[in-house]
Every structure is written in C-alpha cells, then in structure tokens.
Ligand binder design. Structure first.
Ligand SMILES: [Zn+2]
Length: 251
C-alpha cells in the first residue's frame, strides 16, 4: 500500500473544514511509520479538461492558491490510479476533496473531481474500459454521479444505510451481487460517517471491514486494481486512525 502525499496538501487554501489547519497532519502522523509515501505531480490543465468545462476551470483559476492545490489533488488521484494499475493498492492523501465537483460547477469544499479525472485519464491513456467507483463518504457524491450519469462504463455506488449494520450490509450486498468485472475500483474515501464525526455512525473498525470488502472485490473482479482517495472527514482526533484502519483492510 502506497500513500500518495505532498507537503503542499498541508497548505490552508480556504476557510472550509476540508482545508482546516492540522487535518492532513493528523493523518500523516498516523501513517508515516507504516506506509511508503510517494509524491505526485500536479495534474495538467489538459487532464482537468477531460472532466470539467473550460469555464469551470477558469472560475477556479481566479483563486490561485486553490487552483494550484486542486491541480495537485487531482495529480495525487492520478498517481494513486497509476499505482493501482500496477496491481498495487494506493491511497491519495489529498485535498481539496472532489466528489461534489460536476462538469460545470462545484460545491461542498470541492473544485475538481479528483477520482473522475483519474478514471478519465486511465480511459484515455491506459485503455481501461470499465470502472467501479464506491463512495463511502457521508454525503452523496453528486459530482461524480453527474459526470458519469450517461456512461455505462463507469458505475457509481454510494451506500446510505440508516444504521451501522444496515450500512455495512448494503455495501456487502452490492459487492456480492455485482457479477461483472471492472478494470479498476476507485474508492472515494470519506470518513465523516464515523461515530465521532458529522454522521455519527461507523466505528473505526468498520473502515477496516470496508477496506477488506474493497480488496476482496478488486481481487475477484478488477485484477486486484484498487485505489482510494480522501474526500471528507473532519474530526482530526479520529481521522488518522480511521484512514489507517481502511488502508490496513485494503492492502
Ligand atoms: Zn462528506
């Protein structure tokens, strides 16, 4: 399991909770002794235009620090996806998050859809045809769903159980009935459903369970190719432990 990380993700680029000081540090602290860190390059504007309109790119560009950090976040997702294509699991420890970014607009602390950019780039350069995106963030990734709404090649799934057990059962059921193969599995890894975060539901050990389910599905149906990228998760006192639990399940 490789962790894709750049020191510039520590920069505070806005006043929202995803950009809060100390958030990335809290995850680094938990992972740095146990995982190999690799540094990404920023995505190019051309990469971003695979997913987003010129107008949207220009509207983000009006805020230079956000723009630079958002390009680096998309670059982190790209790097994680490239590692996954070599059948090695990877995690993009990146921000800003991306799953609320649609083709023409974005909201919810997101600017560019990191996962979508990575998948589209694999589609255009690595020749992948089918991808599964599982999103375990508390919030529905409307941006990701919108971007791929007319695509039969990319499936987006966001479990939304009303209790801890129902949630895990829903994810397990989806993965067990999904009797088709994909070239890669991407996980939008949000941690805001944790019992000590906004969603107040999942325990830290549940992220390990989620990681194991993702690993098993990827090994059976995706040639082992799997990667995750950070979306939400705002309680710095538990975030690092939750990320670590997920990665240990996924590796
Ligand atoms: Zn969220």
């Amino acid at each position: 399991m490789k962790v894709v990380y750049h020191d510039h993700y520590r920069r505070v680029y806005s006043s929202d909770p995803a950009s809060a000081p100390g958030r990335i540090e809290s995850i680094c602290e938990e992972l740095r002794d146990d995982f190999e860190f690799v540094e990404p390059k920023p995505a190019s504007e051309e990469n971003i235009l695979l997913v987003h309109s010129r107008n949207h790119v220009d509207s983000v560009k009006a805020y230079p620090l956000i723009y630079k950090t958002a390009l680096l976040a998309a670059g982190g997702a790209i790097k994680a996806s490239e590692i996954a294509m070599q059948s090695q699991p990877a995690f993009g420890l990146i921000r800003p998050p991306g799953h609320h970014a649609s083709r023409y607009s974005s909201w919810g602390f997101c600017y560019f859809n990191n996962v979508a950019v990575a998948i589209e780039k694999l589609g255009s350069e690595a020749g992948i045809k089918r991808a599964l995106i599982v999103d375990v963030d508390l919030h529905y990734g409307d941006g990701t769903a919108n971007i791929f709404s007319s695509s039969s090649a990319v499936v987006y799934f966001h479990p939304d159980g009303w209790s801890r057990q129902a949630y895990l059962d829903e994810l397990k059921r989806f993965l067990s009935v999904k009797d088709e193969s994909f070239d890669v599995l991407a996980l939008s890894a949000g941690f805001d459903r944790h019992e000590q975060d906004w969603g107040g539901m999942l325990k830290t050990e549940d992220y390990h369970t989620v990681g194991k389910m993702i690993k098993q599905f990827a090994e059976n149906k995706c040639n082992g190719r799997r990667f995750a990228v950070l979306e939400g998760g705002y309680n710095h006192s538990v975030l690092g432990k939750n990320v670590k639990a997920l990665l240990e399940g996924m590796m």
